[in-house]
Write a protein that binds this ligand. Structure first.
Ligand SMILES: Cc1ncc(COP(=O)(O)O)c(C=O)c1O
Length: 468
């Protein structure tokens, strides 16, 4: 027996002794231990005690085709058998990566010209940051480097991506953000628009604030703006009417690039192929991950427009090789998984299903909980939704975060056999189920969520921490 196998520990104990969990309160974990997931089929996952859950978050907003798709498993095995790994430095290539790059440039919105492959949404955004800097250096504009993101935006956790992320806990104690990253307003109409303001007026006011920010910093110092079409982790915040066209007018005026972070919205989540199509965004760069492989294997993509490519390629005589790349960039097994995933998406019309079942989901969710006294707003489109909890429905007064209402609600959902997600530092929970979800499964999600919400309400009333 090997040394490792001889350790007579339960998996739970082994986990606590050796596994540092991402986004987990570390001390609490030592008490509570892990929840071990052992299998998945369709929209359902099973834990090591045999409990089933409808995963209405598709993992972390990513398993768009659902679990247990043999076709992807087979594509992974076939590719691993042929050649499990090769790099793509110095012009090396592999067939699945070439085919995937071709497919993505044909699918993507805007005038995307080239695809750089990475392994996570975070590293893809770091790649974009570096490409923006590189691009402006090659254009002879070395001062034009700042990148504007939005408060509550989520772009990942690597050093540059975490800096772009506009969520305090991602910066706290990590000495972030880095210099040269600015944060502007969240386009959160429900919470921040002045009373009586139309959505379009609110969008115009945000565009004006962005204009002032760029003017104040000096347009010659501002290089790019990054945004998720719908903010996911920051609260499922949809852009108010006319938001992106108004913002892009300002960006164009100041020669500022638009980076669309499609890590959640890409591949059908909003009922269109890309969030850019849904919200009139004309990107210069696009970040893709998650739904690219439905999470079967990690892979991300940083796409750039012809305009950016032309500058990069013209720079070769000056800078030599494009000195950026990961060991696993364009991994052949990941690319094969992505191609099989996209085949399923296309054959099963999952983007159209997202729009159709999504409309049903939005209507059912609103009918069930929008009038609930604890619910301030139900928002979303297609198969992405958020429910914001409030202390007072009429005044929109937020619940005290110390009550931990959202994490408690998500935990109560787990008790009902439902995975939702408590969003960071906001009183909201989210839903982002696999795009293969059926009407009957949507009914279950909504019924289970309703029961969890009622239980939370009873608890808060009993504690005297909420009066309704
Ligand atoms: C919009 C967005 N961008 C980037 C990321 C970071 O991706 P990853 O966790 O793969 O690094 C995420 C992750 O949730 C995301 O939602």
């Amino acid at each position: 027996m090997s040394v490792q196998a001889a350790r007579n520990l339960s998996l739970e104990e082994m986990d606590k002794q050796s596994f540092l969990h991402p986004y987990t309160p570390l001390a609490d974990h030592l008490d509570t231990g892990p929840k071990i997931i052992t299998s998945g089929k369709g929209v359902t996952i099973t834990d090591s005690h045999g409990n089933d859950y409808i995963d209405a978050m598709a993992g972390l907003w990513c398993v768009n085709i659902g679990w247990g798709r043999e076709e992807v498993v087979q594509a992974i095995a076939d590719q691993a058998r042929k050649i499990a790994y090769y790099h793509s430095f110095a012009s090396m290539a592999n067939e699945p990566a070439i085919r995937l790059a071709d497919r993505l440039t044909r699918m993507a919105p805007g005038e995307m010209s080239k695809v750089f492959f990475g392994n996570s949404g975070s590293d893809a955004n770091d790649t974009h940051v570096k490409m923006v800097w590189y691009y402006n250096n090659l254009r002879g504009l070395p001062a034009k480097k700042k990148i504007i993101s939005r408060r509550r935006g989520y772009h990942g956790v690597t050093v540059a991506a975490a800096s772009l992320t506009g969520i305090q806990m991602v910066h706290n104690a990590f000495d972030l953000p880095i210099a040269g990253v600015l944060h502007t307003e969240t386009p959160h109409y429900y919470r921040f628009a002045e009373p009586g303001m139309s959505e379009q007026d609110y969008s115009n006011s945000l565009a004006q604030k962005l204009d002032h920010l760029i003017e104040a910093e000096g347009p010659e110092t501002v290089a790019a703006f990054i945004a998720e079409p719908i903010m996911g982790a920051g609260g499922v915040i949809l852009p108010p009417e006319g938001y992106f066209p108004a913002i892009q007018k300002v960006l164009k005026k100041h020669d500022v690039l638009m980076i669309a972070d499609e890590v959640i919205c890409g591949f059908g989540r909003t009922g269109k192929e890309f969030g850019c199509d849904q919200f009139d965004i004309e990107p210069d760069m696009i970040t893709l991950a998650k739904g690219l492989t439905s999470g079967y294997i990690p892979m991300s993509a940083s796409m750039i427009s012809e305009k950016i490519w032309n500058v990069l390629v013209a720079g070769t005589p000056e800078v030599g090789a494009f000195a950026h790349g990961y060991t696993y960039s364009a991994h052949p097994v990941a690319a094969a998984a992505a191609l099989a995933n996209l085949d399923i998406m296309e054959r099963e019309n999952l983007t159209a299903n997202s729009a159709k079942i999504g409309a049903y989901f939005q209507q059912k969710l609103r009918a069930a909980v929008a009038d609930h006294a604890l619910v301030g707003e139900v928002r979303g489109i297609a198969l992405i939704a958020g429910v914001e909890l409030v202390a007072n429905k009429n005044t929109k007064e937020p619940l005290d975060l110390k009550l931990k209402a959202a994490p408690r609600l998500a935990a109560l959902c787990v008790g009902e056999g439902l995975i939702s997600r408590a969003l960071m530092q906001v009183n909201a929970v989210s839903f982002s189920p696999p795009l293969v979800i059926t009407e009957a499964e949507v009914d279950e999600v909504v019924a289970r969520f309703g029961r969890a919400l009622d239980t939370l309400t009873d608890q808060l009333v009993k504690e005297g921490s909420w009066k309704g």
